[in-house]
Design a protein around this ligand. Structure first.
Ligand SMILES: [Fe+2]
Length: 298
């Protein structure tokens, strides 16, 4: 797929969902308050259920900042070093509720209509604030394309939106190519190598706003930004293959839209791994952390 085809496909899809294009391959849209509030509620419950498994005596919180404070203090073992919240057997219910509200939003915004398959089921992320730790070579703070990750492929789109927290100082910056896009920019790379390509891109104005979503073709370079004193944010970044983009290879972790669009209504995810099994152990099995699951049809 060359740049021109990519661009016209993206235009076609953004028209269907009514999103506003900021550049050839980046668009934004509005979320309804109702959707945002439901996703916020389910995110709180999911984080709290993760905490409770480790600290059963912890007080229930309704205040989001306090829940985040507890997560920072107790670091539940189902949250990876880069902040992905991995559902486990014990909090399957909370995850299903979270996923149902995400799917409701995707239906309401018409985004679900353009999805063929998800790279993996959408997951909640807590993006931690500024630390003194050195960036690892594949850290999202390096300018990168999601096409460089094996599972995303160079055919994916990514959807981003903040849910809560310091999204003003802890956000995602997007870039567009100046001109003369080259397809080999999308071949697999380490994120740390993104700098070399960045000189051919220019940053877009800040699009990462509460109540808005950003949708991008994977040819879009982007980076996580942590301004001075940045505190955590809670957010979603989920990738999918849009309709009509044919993949040559089958990926076991990819999940058809039809398989999950009825979660919370007619079907239910059950995760096999308990909180007692550490993420390190799951990783050793060389599978994505969400793959040990089955779907219960109601
Ligand atoms: Fe990314």
């Amino acid at each position: 797929m060359n740049y021109k085809q990519r661009k016209s496909k993206f235009s076609y899809f953004t028209k269907i969902i009514g999103a506003k294009k900021t550049s050839d391959l980046v668009a934004t849209g509005k979320m309804s308050n109702d959707s945002l509030e439901k996703i916020q509620l389910a995110s709180k419950l999911l984080l709290m259920s993760s905490l409770k498994e480790h600290k059963p005596n912890l007080k229930n919180q309704t205040n989001f900042n306090k829940i985040i404070g507890d997560v920072l203090e107790h670091r539940p073992s189902n949250i990876t070093h880069n902040g992905l919240v991995v559902p486990k057997k014990e909090n399957s219910l909370e995850y299903n509720l979270f996923l149902k509200f995400i799917l409701d939003f995707l239906k309401e915004s018409k985004i679900l209509g353009i999805v063929d398959r998800f790279i993996s089921p959408p997951q909640l992320r807590i993006k931690f604030g500024k630390t003194k730790k050195r960036k690892n070579f594949n850290a999202s703070e390096h300018p990168h394309s999601d096409a460089w990750t094996k599972y995303n492929t160079d055919k994916s789109y990514t959807l981003y939106f903040p849910i809560f927290g310091d999204y003003k100082n802890n956000y995602v910056r997007f870039f567009k190519p100046k001109k003369n896009f080259e397809n080999n920019w999308l071949s697999p790379k380490k994120f740390v190598d993104g700098k070399k390509i960045l000189k051919d891109y220019v940053p877009l104005p800040n699009l990462y706003l509460m109540g808005k979503y950003v949708i991008t073709d994977c040819a879009t370079l982007h980076e996580s930004v942590l301004d001075h004193g940045a505190k955590p944010r809670i957010s979603i970044d989920t990738a999918f293959i849009p309709k009509g983009n044919i993949l040559r290879k089958k990926y076991e972790s990819h999940i058809k839209k039809e398989t999950i669009s009825n979660i919370g209504r007619k079907s239910f995810f059950v995760f096999k791994n308990s909180f007692k099994v550490s993420l390190k152990n799951i990783k050793k099995r060389n599978k994505q952390s969400l793959q040990d699951r089955y779907i219960y049809q109601l």
